[in-house]
Write a protein that binds this ligand. Structure first.
Ligand code: HEC
Length: 252
């Protein structure tokens, strides 16, 4: 590759003349700048909208895997049915129905970033777990597992601009990895979420907490959730609190 002459003749010799410490220092400033940019804080109104958007994306995305549970658990999925393209189409259709508008991934700002990162995470996870999806079997690919994997990918690509967590109360965990203390380790909202979950209240709470906007969205247990969790030794009641989705957005 041919670099413009300014690089090879002017900048490069200068760079080479610098002491190692100066170069390290410059790299440090660069990295600090990047992390500030990544944490670029948004206004409260946008943060609330982004939290709500996150909720819609995660609910509809996870719903695609929820819809497939009977087929997955009985090992009756077909390759075409669970191909990444087919599942992405299902996700877009569910989103459009819930939002009343097509998923616009070209939207600017935090909302657009949230949509792009979620769509990318959704696609990556259903691609990565094709074997579980096609082979199937009881609990071969449950919604919560899909959600945890996709939020992990999502959080990485959002780099702190919006972080999302799914968790449940300590006494009602099937997989201890999804405990608040693990999933929200280091989050300023961990204590508040623990308290909110303890109430078992089903009303969402969207509010500012310090320099963060929190979107707390409880999940309500349906009959299918309770039946499947019972097979994993959990005693729950239909209509009761069954975990929470949390969005965390740093604000100005
Ligand atoms: C086909 C079985 C199945 C269905 C249906 C199901 N779950 Fe689960 N759920 C599981 C399993 C298995 C886990 C543990 C996942 C893991 O190991 O990652 C889990 C985990 C969870 C978790 C994470 C905390 C934990 O206990 O590990 C939440 C929250 C949750 N489920 C909520 C729900 C809700 C709400 C529904 C219904 C809308 C539902 N689940 C439907 C099997 C199911």
């Amino acid at each position: 590759m041919q670099y413009p002459s300014i690089f090879s003749t002017t900048v490069n010799p200068l760079f080479l003349c610098m002491t190692r410490w100066v170069r390290l220092g410059l790299a440090g400033i660069c990295l600090a700048g990047l992390s500030v940019a990544a944490q670029a804080q948004t206004d409260e109104d946008t943060a609330r909208k982004a939290a709500q958007e996150l909720r819609m994306l995660v609910t509809e995305g996870t719903g695609v895997i929820g819809d497939l549970q009977p087929a997955i658990n009985s090992g009756k999925t077909t390759k075409d049915q669970v191909a990444p393209d087919a599942l992405v189409e299902q996700f877009k259709a569910r989103y459009q129905k819930a939002a009343g508008a097509a998923l616009d991934i070209k939207a600017p700002g935090l909302i657009g970033d949230t949509r792009r990162a979620y769509l990318q995470a959704f696609t990556a996870v259903v691609t990565r777990f094709q074997a579980n999806l096609t082979k199937g079997g009881q609990d071969a690919f449950v919604p919560a597992f899909f959600r945890a994997q996709s939020l992990n990918d999502f959080n990485k690509s959002m780099q702190g601009k919006l972080q999302a967590y799914a968790t449940n109360r300590d006494g009602e965990l099937i997989n201890g990895d999804w405990a608040v203390s693990k999933v929200m380790k280091g989050s300023p909202l961990a204590g508040e979420v623990t308290k909110l979950m303890a109430t078992g209240d089903l009303e969402p709470v969207v509010k500012r907490s310090g320099s963060t906007v929190m979107g707390y969205y409880p999940m309500k247990l349906a009959a299918a959730c309770v039946a499947c969790h019972a097979q994993n030794g959990l005693k729950q009641k239909e209509g009761a609190f069954g975990g929470a989705l949390v969005a965390q957005v740093p604000v100005k």
